[in-house]
Design a protein around this ligand. Structure first.
Ligand SMILES: [Zn+2]
Length: 127
């Protein structure tokens, strides 16, 4: 898997408002932004409009400790293990096509749901 960093976005499976592993039964797939990481996993920003169980509220101490930007102060976040990541949604350097999963550097979302469909897949959706 690609080495992820703060600012990158990942997709995870969610079941009953809990993030579950990539092989588990799920209700939906959601995209979250990584705001910090450690050896074993990632801290994800959880927007206020999205309800997730077991989230934490970022305080000054954690922000300093984890090196999380102060713009996320008082915002909700959650920690997940690295193996909970379903796939990379986009990185600061580019993103993967949601159809063929090929990675394109410098690419940006071109679909209404904030995903990318690459040129080849748009020409031929069945490839
Ligand atoms: Zn593609």
């Amino acid at each position: 898997m690609t080495k992820l960093k703060s600012g990158d976005r990942i997709d995870v499976r969610v079941k009953s408002s809990v993030i579950v592993g990539p092989y588990k039964d799920y209700d939906e797939i959601r995209t979250f932004q990584i705001i910090a990481k450690d050896k074993y996993g990632y801290y994800l920003y959880v927007p206020a409009y999205y309800t997730l169980k077991n989230t934490l509220k970022l305080d000054n101490r954690q922000s300093k400790q984890l090196g999380i930007d102060l713009k996320f102060l008082d915002e909700e976040f959650i920690y997940i293990q690295g193996n909970m990541v379903l796939r990379v949604h986009s990185t600061l350097d580019g993103m993967s096509c949601s159809n063929c999963e090929e990675f394109y550097s410098m690419a940006e979302p071109n679909q209404e749901d904030d995903t990318l469909i690459c040129y080849s897949c748009r020409q031929n959706p069945y490839r």
